[in-house]
Design a protein around this ligand. Structure first.
Ligand code: UDP
Length: 289
């Protein structure tokens, strides 16, 4: 960990307000440019989800970083797919991603129902940790952007302890104003980070990444939702049995019912409808790669 980062860990938090999503990256490449990066995928609610194991996903991202240029990935759950179905901009951001994996078990189940089942779920939080581990081994530098100051600092401290060789280029909380976004991009660019992890919630993080990844100079950016809060211990993850049986959402709903009831109860029903619509319209296996 660099001296500058250590100094920043000690610096106190400033109160900041969230900023609105930014306009999309004009030069974003089309989905078809990236199909080579995926051995196969399953289209769920119009979004191609990569049929990769966690190991394979790490490998694909490794290759993207080695290839140079700027790339980004996203993970999707039922709520995000429903949101993308209703929001063209979000859909575009997902279609422009280099890699999308299934964060939620419901996405895996839907892929199976549609006749082209994904081999496994590759969650944002697991992929994130695997990529940090790989970065430590491959001497690639990482930047953490998002969440509250204490949360992102907790993640930096955790990984610095776990992987002494990890090159942590820097970090920044996820609560900054519109007027600050350029300086945040500049901070990341000057840090020289190759991998950028963004934990600002959805769809904000997806929009932010698509709009700014090129400005940050990072080779690969991934939106990791509430991962910083979970890993720093500020939020509890569901017990393993709930994660494995696709009930993680229920755990989150129980913890934050006011904020999440709409997302899960209405979102899950809407997702079931979307999947059945695709099945009825035959938008299943014949669209798969
Ligand atoms: N967050 C942020 N900036 C914002 C809004 C949220 O950095 O303007 C952070 C928040 O502190 C939390 C994460 O984004 O750490 C959102 O987590 P959540 O589990 O809600 O992610 P989602 O399920 O929406 O992907």
């Amino acid at each position: 960990m660099g001296e500058q980062v250590r100094e920043e860990i000690d610096r106190s938090t400033q109160n900041r307000v969230p900023h609105a999503p930014l306009p999309l990256r004009a030069s974003a490449p089309l989905l078809t440019d990236h199909t080579a990066a995926r051995s196969s995928f399953s289209i769920v609610a119009g979004i191609p989800v990569a049929n990769l194991s966690e190991d394979e996903a790490v490998e694909v991202i490794d290759n993207l970083v080695a290839e140079g240029g700027t790339h980004y990935g996203a993970v999707v759950n039922a709520a995000k797919l429903v949101a993308a179905d209703r929001d063209e901009k979000l859909k575009r951001v997902l279609l422009d991603a280099d890699l999308i994996t299934a964060d939620g078990m419901s996405v895996v189940w839907a892929s199976r129902l549609l006749g082209h089942g994904l081999k496994e779920r590759v969650t944002g939080i697991e992929l994130f940790q695997r990529l940090v581990e790989r970065a430590a081994n491959a001497r690639r530098s990482v930047f953490f952007l998002g969440a509250r100051e204490e949360s992102v600092r907790g993640v930096v401290e955790l990984f610095a302890r776990k992987y002494p060789a990890l090159q942590i280029a820097g970090y920044h909380d996820g609560y900054f104003e519109d007027s600050e976004w350029r300086s945040v991009c500049e901070k990341i660019r000057l840090s020289g980070a190759q991998l950028l992890f963004v934990a600002m919630g959805s769809p904000k993080q997806e929009h932010w990444i698509a709009s700014n990844v090129a400005l940050t100079g990072a080779s690969f950016a991934l939106g990791v939702g509430g991962s910083f809060d979970h890993l720093s211990g500020l939020a509890r993850r569901a017990p393993r049995w709930m994660q494995q049986s696709g009930l993680e959402w229920l755990h989150r709903l129980a913890l934050e019912p006011r904020r999440l009831w709409r997302r899960y109860l209405i979102g899950n029903s809407a997702f079931i409808w979307l999947v059945f619509r695709d099945r009825l319209l035959g938008r299943g296996p014949d669209q798969q790669n």
